[in-house]
Design a protein around this ligand. Structure first.
Ligand code: G3P
Ligand code: MG
Length: 248
């Protein structure tokens, strides 16, 4: 494994709009990116996965039901068929007709709004490597500010693929409540720049342990002022929030 020299110095904000800003606009949509920027966010987080025909799209779940008017698996739908669906009215009638964006479409808005970007690689099962490679390929055509880009994933395979294909872009290791005991070895192996934890489940002791790794700790998904104050006072660098205006 090559040791990556000269990793970018990430310019991380205190608050990152989660899935855009998921409390105020439908998650993972272009209108959500604009809403986050309008609120004053300087960074947003979005999730990416592949359609059946291998196009990276901005989408959280493996299935369509919760956030679109379609049904079935994202991995079983082509981009053309996905574009016939809409991803807004489940959230509110005023958002009706809002499409599922491709990564490319999202990047155009992110760049237009001059935002920092945390792309969470959230592959459908068994599509870890191809999702990562397709997303990196598109990013490579658009992104030229490495200090404003963080690639994160719960999937080690995705982060390994990032390390192989784009070592100079910062990686964030996402950990959930049941994080592996050897997470520090994994973080070292992946040469991550951040450790992204569940800030609602974390105990005092665990938080100290995460912070002791020496890399910025980021915390999802914080929509509560007391929790925000606690995490920030302990040294958490950034929180992901559906309601970023609470903390801006
Ligand atoms: O990347 C932080 C957070 O988005 C991880 O969880 O399920 O909201 O993608 P999830
Ligand atoms: Mg996410």
């Amino acid at each position: 494994m090559v040791h990556v020299k000269n990793m970018p110095k990430l310019i991380l904000p205190s608050v990152i709009g989660h899935r855009g800003c998921a409390a105020y606009a439908p998650e993972n949509t272009l209108v959500g990116i604009h809403a986050a920027a309008d609120l004053g966010c300087t960074w947003i987080e979005l999730d990416v996965k592949l359609t059946k025909d291998s196009v990276p799209v901005i989408f959280h779940d493996d299935t369509l039901e919760r956030t679109t008017n379609g049904a079935g698996k994202v991995a079983d739908i082509t981009l053309a068929a996905l574009k016939d669906l809409e991803a807004g009215s489940w959230f509110g009638e005023s958002f009706s007709g809002e499409p599922v964006p491709t990564l490319e479409e999202a990047l155009e808005v992110i760049i237009e709004r001059d935002l920092g970007f945390n792309l969470e690689l959230k592959p459908c099962p068994s599509r870890e490597i191809e999702t990562t490679e397709a997303a990196l390929d598109i990013l490579s055509h658009y992104w030229d500010e490495p200090e404003k880009l963080l690639l994160s994933s719960f999937q080690i395979q995705c982060l390994e693929a990032c390390l192989d294909a784009a070592p100079e872009w910062a990686r964030g290791l996402l950990l959930d409540e049941e994080f592996a005991e050897n997470w520090q070895d994994i973080a070292r192996h992946l040469q991550v720049s951040t450790v992204n934890i569940d800030g609602n489940a974390v105990t005092d002791e665990q938080l100290e342990y995460f912070l002791s790794y020496g890399k910025p700790v980021l915390s999802y998904t914080i929509n509560d002022e007391e929790r925000y104050d606690y995490l920030r006072a302990r040294g958490v660098k950034s929180v992901f929030s559906d309601m970023p205006d609470l903390f801006l």
